[in-house]
Design a protein around this ligand. Structure first.
Ligand code: THU
Length: 131
């Protein structure tokens, strides 16, 4: 039997990251956290820019931390807004998550725990490039 995942711990990590967001332009801080298949937790916050279009979503920081701390596969993911409430990742970030978690990555959403395959159907991914 696989151990139950501590979603509350993951949410806390996301809220903690959110508290460090740099979002002076939108005023919309976001925090994310994910469990890695080796047990690590990685997280990220959004980092905006005076050149608005260059702002980085929180998920950018998360995948960067994942890669820079040893890589691995994302298995469970959560995203929170400035109130600490569960938020869906934007479309571009679903694609970022797909690269490192694939269709089975579990996402906490306002509609419950869903696999990424339901949040990003028929995803384009690394497999297409090797066909
Ligand atoms: N944002 C994220 O960081 N992740 C998402 O998945 C949704 C949107 C950020 C980008 C921008 O800094 C702010 O939320 C408002 O769009």
């Amino acid at each position: 039997m696989t151990a139950a995942v501590d979603w509350e711990r993951l949410r806390e990590a996301a809220r903690d990251a959110m508290s460090r967001a740099y979002a002076p332009y939108s005023g919309y801080p976001v925090g994310v956290a994910a469990l890695v298949d080796d047990g690590r937790i990685v997280s990220g916050c959004n980092v905006e820019n005076a050149s608005y279009g260059l702002g980085l979503c929180a998920e950018c920081g998360l995948v960067s931390e994942l890669q820079n701390t040893g890589g691995g596969r994302l298995t469970h993911f959560t995203c929170v807004d400035g109130n600490g409430d569960t938020l869906v990742p934007c479309g571009r970030c679903r694609q970022l998550l797909y690269e490192f978690g694939g269709p089975d990555l579990l996402l906490e959403t306002p509609a419950g725990i869903l696999p990424l395959s339901e949040m990003l159907p028929q995803a384009f991914g690394p497999g297409h490039l090797t066909k």
